[in-house]
Design a protein around this ligand. Structure first.
Ligand SMILES: C=C(O[C@@H]1C=C(C(=O)O)C=C[C@H]1O)C(=O)O
Length: 100
């Protein structure tokens, strides 16, 4: 993708710098979230609690949908993203439970 207009290139570059910063923040926030969920996984395994908690998930999805709506983000997208993350967390919790 090319354009000879330097002002377009400058604007594209400015926006991409922000996108790069946001992507870095997302990765760091996800890493922190997974550190917490790993601890939850160990706590659950120690106390013989099930890896998944569907009522907690339902609360989180409802909350995230509300936050998304207020932020003008598609709530269906926010729900899909959270479900994707939670599925990975549950997989980790199952692995922790098996090795406990
Ligand atoms: C982290 C937990 O375990 C699972 C993962 C969740 C999550 O990633 O937010 C929520 C509920 C559980 O299904 C929890 O129970 O809090």
């Amino acid at each position: 993708m090319t354009t000879s207009d330097p002002s377009v290139q400058a604007e594209l570059s400015r926006l991409r710098d922000s996108i790069d910063n946001i992507d870095a923040a997302v990765v760091h926030m996800l890493a922190e979230r997974f550190k917490c969920t790993q601890q939850v996984g160990h706590l659950k395994a120690e106390h013989k609690l099930p890896p998944a908690d569907p009522s907690r998930e339902a609360e989180q999805i409802a909350r995230l949908r509300r936050l998304a709506e207020n932020a003008k983000l598609d709530p269906a997208f926010a729900e899909k993203l959270l479900n994707f993350i939670i599925a990975e967390v549950i997989r980790h919790h199952e692995t922790i439970a098996k090795s406990a």
